[in-house]
Design a protein around this ligand. Structure first.
Ligand code: ATP
Length: 304
């Protein structure tokens, strides 16, 4: 792995007598988009704010860009960009004026036009922030985080409440950040977002990391059994030898198998010989969402 931009070992955070983050370890490599997934109250914002230098930790070791965020310096702050859950724009300024204002805080800011382009707001450069849609405002927020040319960006649940097209536009902005070579720590509730954008994902539930890896390998997804589903228009007698189907919803039959290609071959051959339709035939592998729900459900049940 390339040099890590974030390392946490045994990170803990206690609020009063409640342990919100329970000894987590994680590493984010330079240039990677790392998605931190978890249900409400899992500890995502707490962890992100500790990394950002805005919340003290109770225990463990943390290094962000080689420094302990518990003692942030101005130089270190300039190397990170933060997009909070809440927007912080002044509505009477235009997009360009807003970015100009923030550029003034940095010694070596990015160009205004370039930044506006990276966040897809060129057509809105002279529009007042107050007139932007929620999705456009969020992109302006990313512009503000990006204007100082940081190495590492934190995006905290950036697309919550977006409609599907605004989410896609925002994803394009995140892809731009990656192309620029930035490292991104993204907290989100959305599996599809993690799957689309992230190089690696960690799932946190009740303050503990319950899975970590590339989106496609998370929870051993690729090696999980597939389920083959279909309906038969009439009673066709026995299925091919060795194939066992269980009844599903709406008269559906379901075969669970680790060898879907072989089973499909036998099943479709059998149906063709009998001139049978396999209505609604589909092969289903657990999605990242299935894995996420399974992992977070297990953690919630353990808790009870
Ligand atoms: P969400 O997705 O809802 O934003 P999250 O994963 O970001 O949730 P956190 O905000 O980190 O979760 O909160 C983790 C737990 O710590 C929650 O149970 C929350 O109620 C608790 N918590 C967070 N901040 C404080 C605080 N300042 N004082 C006491 N408890 C807190």
């Amino acid at each position: 792995m390339a040099t890590p931009v974030i390392t946490a070992v045994g990170l803990r955070k206690v609020y009063g007598d409640f342990e919100a983050v329970r000894g987590i370890d994680l590493e984010v490599a330079a240039g990677e988009v790392f998605a931190f997934l978890g249900p409400n109250g899992a500890g995502k914002t707490t962890t992100a704010e500790i990394f950002e230098g805005y919340r003290p930790r109770t225990g463990g070791e943390v290094a962000v860009l080689g420094q302990d965020p518990a003692s942030p310096t101005r130089d270190w702050r300039e190397r990170i960009g933060i997009v909070l859950q809440q927007c912080r724009m002044r509505s009477e300024l235009t997009v360009r004026e807003t970015l100009e204002l923030y550029a003034g805080y940095y010694r070596a800011p990015l160009g205004l036009a370039e930044t506006i382009d990276h966040v897809g707001l060129t057509a809105k450069a002279h529009a007042r922030a107050g007139s932007l849609s929620g999705g456009q405002l969020r992109r302006l927020d990313v512009g503000v985080a990006l204007i100082g040319d940081p190495e590492l960006l934190f995006l905290d649940e950036p697309t919550t409440g977006f409609d599907p097209s605004a989410r896609r536009q925002f994803w394009a902005v995140i892809a731009n950040l990656k192309q620029l070579g930035k490292s991104v720590f993204l907290t989100t509730h959305y599996m599809d977002e993690a799957q689309r954008l992230a190089d690696r994902v960690a799932i946190i539930a009740d303050g503990e990391i319950v899975a970590e890896g590339r989106p496609d390998e998370l929870g051993d997804r690729e090696r999980r059994p597939a389920s083959i589903r279909f309906r038969l228009e009439r009673d066709a007698g026995e299925l091919p030898e060795g194939l066992q189907a269980n009844p599903g919803v709406n008269g559906e039959l379901q075969i669970t198998t680790s060898s879907p290609v072989e089973v499909l071959h036998r099943l479709t051959g059998w149906a063709l010989e009998r001139s049978l339709e396999l209505e609604g035939l589909e092969v289903h592998r657990p999605s990242l969402e299935d894995i996420y729900l399974e992992l977070t459900r297990t953690a919630a049940e353990d808790e009870r």
